[in-house]
Design a protein around this ligand. Structure first.
Ligand code: MG
Length: 204
C-alpha cells in the first residue's frame, strides 16, 4: 500500500537572521522570518510527511503560540513527522520539492541541499528531488516558497512480513500468521486516528 503527501510553506526574508534552508546554513545577507529558524523547505516536507499519514500538520504538533519552538531548528519538526510516518507503518519511497525564490540562487547549492535533506530524512540523495524556480510575474521577490511531495510505502509490504506473504501460497498456516501480522500492523497504524483541530495560521 502506498500513500502520497503534499506540503507547502512560505516565509518572508528578513535582515539580521541566518538563512537556513533544508537544514543547510546558506551565506546570504538575509534569513527567513519565523517563530522557528524559518526553514521553509523543511516545513513543507514536514507537512507533506504528516499529510501522507493523515496526522494533521506542523501547527498540530508545534503551535506558533508555544514559546518552546521559538528559534527552534526545524529538524526537530521533521523528526516528529518521521516518527509519525514510522508509527503509521510506512517508510519513504522518494520525495520531490520545488523552491521558489529570487535570491539566493539555489542551483549552485542544489547538490548540497539534496544531501542535507536526504541525511535528515534518513534516505539516499537519489531519493530526494530539489528543484528551483524564480518567482517570475508573482511580485514575490522578498519571499521564499517551498512545495514538497512525498511517496510512502507500507512497511508491511517491504519488510519480511511482505516477503512471507508472497512466498507462503502453499502453506495456509503461514498465510494465517502473515495475515495476523499484517492485520496487527494496521491496527497500530496512526492512520485515520483523530487529531486535534489545528490552527491554519501557521507561523512556524
Ligand atoms: Mg513555516
Amino acid at each position: 500500500m502506498m500513500r502520497i503527501g503534499y506540503g507547502f510553506d512560505s516565509h518572508a526574508f528578513k535582515a539580521g537572521v541566518p538563512l537556513v534552508i533544508g537544514g543547510l546554513a546558506i551565506e546570504h545577507p538575509e534569513g527567513l522570518a519565523g517563530h522557528s529558524d524559518g526553514d521553509v523547505l523543511l516545513h513543507a516536507i514536514t507537512d507533506a510527511l504528516l499529510g501522507a499519514v493523515s496526522a494533521g500538520d506542523i501547527g498540530t504538533f508545534f503551535p506558533p503560540s508555544d514559546p518552546r519552538w521559538k528559534g527552534a531548528a526545524s529538524s526537530v519538526f521533521l523528526k516528529t513527522a518521521l516518527e509519525e510516518v514510522a508509527t503509521a507503518g510506512y517508510k519513504i519511497v522518494n520525495i520531490d520539492t520545488v523552491l521558489v525564490m529570487a535570491q539566493p540562487k539555489i542551483v549552485p547549492i542544489a547538490g548540497e541541499l539534496r544531501e542535507s535533506v536526504a541525511a535528515l530524512l534518513g534516505v539516499e540523495p537519489g531519493e530526494v528531488g530539489i528543484k528551483a524556480k524564480t518567482p517570475e510575474g508573482l511580485n514575490q521577490d522578498h519571499v521564499a516558497v517551498a512545495h514538497a511531495t512525498v511517496l510512502l510505502e507500507s512497511l508491511a509490504i517491504s519488510e519480511p512480513v511482505g516477503v512471507m506473504a508472497a512466498t507462503a501460497d502453499a502453506d495456509d498456516e503461514i498465510n494465517d500468521v502473515v495475515k495476523t501480522l499484517v492485520g496487527e500492523s494496521r491496527d497500530v497504524s496512526a492512520l485515520g486516528r483523530k487529531v486535534t483541530p489545528f490552527d491554519t495560521d501557521d507561523l512556524t
